[in-house]
Write a protein that binds this ligand. Structure first.
Ligand SMILES: [Zn+2]
Length: 149
């Protein structure tokens, strides 16, 4: 939980120093790959990316990084609390730069996620948790489809 404030704390500092500091604060060594991804994802904007979409974005900046490397780095960032994973179906994970508690609309056709503020969903009841477990997180994905004319 303490990690979640790290990105805000260093936002004032400039350029690479900012990202280097954020990575160190999260316990990650600032390698070239991690810094490249940090610059795209940890600038304070709320975004949802997949390993594929981010690999393309990196390619557009003129740098090459294999999708597998991007995916591993996204997982490391997630484990360090810098990103949040939104599991959609099967292998399809999106990585969310907004690590605060919130929910999503998901358009399967365009593979787009839209944020839903946590306070806009109220759960009237929750099922009884299996014995020996606590609820860690309730993460709601509302699947949406374009209206047909
Ligand atoms: Zn989100």
């Amino acid at each position: 939980m303490a990690m979640k404030t790290a990105s805000k704390q260093f936002r004032q500092l400039d350029g690479e120093t900012n990202f280097t500091a954020q990575l160190r604060q999260a316990g990650l060594r600032p390698t070239r790959q991690r810094l490249a991804i940090a610059q795209l994802l940890l600038d304070g904007r709320h975004r949802h990316v997949t390993a594929d979409s981010l690999a393309r974005e990196i390619q557009n900046t003129g740098m090459h990084m294999a999708v597998g490397t991007v995916y591993n780095t996204l997982n490391q960032f997630t484990d360090a609390g810098l990103l949040r994973r939104v599991t959609l179906h099967n292998e399809n994970s999106m990585f969310d730069t907004n690590t605060q508690n919130h929910h999503h609309f998901y358009d399967d056709e365009t593979n787009q996620l839209y944020d839903v503020p946590a306070e806009e969903i109220m759960l009237a009841t929750l099922p009884e948790v299996p014995s020996g477990y606590d609820i860690q997180d309730v993460d709601i994905v509302i699947h949406i489809t374009p209206k047909t004319q």
